[in-house]
Design a protein around this ligand. Structure first.
Ligand code: GDP
Ligand code: CA
Length: 319
């Protein structure tokens, strides 16, 4: 079975671990969000690609959900001693090596997709991880600070400001000119199922879909598309997705997120059992919907979610 997953960071990576356990023999292609990418200290950092790579490759800091296990921060401290920041972005010593290798390869002329493949040679994530695009796309957030409207990099909004100021707009800068990375459209065309994990619908999956050609390929392919809600009980399970949903005028409910994707894209949608009353509304929007446990508390629970998603895809296919 060929499965394509559009993934952000933590939510996407944890789901993928369950998916691999549920269908160990599946051929899984992950299209990763690169809208969160940022240049720091002259280095190209790709937080979502690395979260997927480290999580599936066994190098993730489990408690935190991002960054390396057994991490130290000597380099960051030394930079701070020179007054060189930003200090709000936590790059550890082990993690730095990844960004150095990536930046060096990019400088030598390799596209990000080739660099990601090279990094994965070490981590062996057991999936094919492709960035959504080799072109630079950077999510910016329009905010109002002290009565002044300005655009900040997504990481500044998310990590430094902790989404504490209202976001007025979310703009994937560069997306309009970006092209899908080699292999993305091919994987979608050949897929037996496309899954949207419980990743952020706006700044993870939404950014991937903003690369011209990807949304169209998914909508037009004769393949079941099934998503899992990152919103449980009218709030994100983790993080501040409600803030970016508000910026695009979508309420933080499992049903509203399904409607936001729409029946033109989604064939099936899973909501958590606490949101069982959303099923009717989602189905009224033309999307098949089931209420099942959606908390990724451990690997078995996550694998069960993946099985439910594949079962719903099967139902769509044979309908
Ligand atoms: P990020 O790039 O690290 O923010 O990660 P993603 O975009 O891939 O996923 C973030 C989303 O995962 C958040 O909106 C969370 O609500 C969602 N999430 C995290 N843990 C769980 C979980 O156990 N169950 C569900 N349903 N969603 C989760
Ligand atoms: Ca992210």
């Amino acid at each position: 079975m060929r499965i394509v997953v559009l993934a952000g960071g933590i939510g996407g990576a944890r789901f993928l671990r369950g998916l691999k356990k549920a269908v160990p023999d599946a051929d899984i292609t992950v299209v990763g969000n690169t809208g969160d990418d940022i240049h720091l200290f002259g280095l190209k950092v790709c937080p979502d690609l690395d979260t997927v790579m480290y999580t599936l490759g066994g190098g993730i800091n489990e408690e935190q959900g991002w960054g390396r296990a057994d991490e130290t921060f000597h380099l960051k401290e030394e930079l701070a001693a020179y007054g060189v920041g930003p200090e709000w972005f936590g790059l550890g010593d082990r993690d730095f090596a990844t960004h150095i290798v990536r930046t060096q390869m990019l400088g030598a002329g390799f596209p990000l997709s080739a660099v990601t493949e090279a990094l994965c040679d070490r981590w062996k994530p057991g999936v094919r991880l492709i960035p959504m695009s080799d072109d630079r796309v950077e999510t910016h957030v329009a905010v109002e600070v002290d009565g002044e409207r300005k655009a900040v990099h997504f990481q500044e909004y998310w990590v430094r400001l902790r989404a504490s100021v209202p976001a007025e707009a979310i703009v994937p800068v560069g997306a309009e000119q970006a092209e899908p990375a080699p292999g993305v459209l091919e994987a979608i065309a050949e897929a037996d199922v496309v899954l949207f994990p419980p990743s952020n619908p706006v700044v993870s999956v939404g950014t991937i879909l903003a690369v011209p050609g990807i949304r169209e390929a998914i909508a037009e392919a004769d393949v079941p598309v099934v998503g899992l809600s990152p919103i449980v009980g009218n709030a994100p399970v983790r993080g501040m997705a409600d803030k970016v949903l508000a910026a695009v005028g979508v309420e933080s409910t499992a049903a509203a997120v399904a409607e936001h994707y729409g029946s033109g894209l989604l064939d099936g949608w899973l909501v958590d059992t606490v949101d069982a009353d959303a099923v009717e509304r989602v189905e009224a929007a033309g999307i098949r919907c089931r209420a099942v446990p959606l908390m990724m508390t451990d690997l078995d629970a996550t694998a069960a979610m993946a099985r439910e998603a594949l079962a719903l895809a099967e139902e769509v296919r044979s309908a």
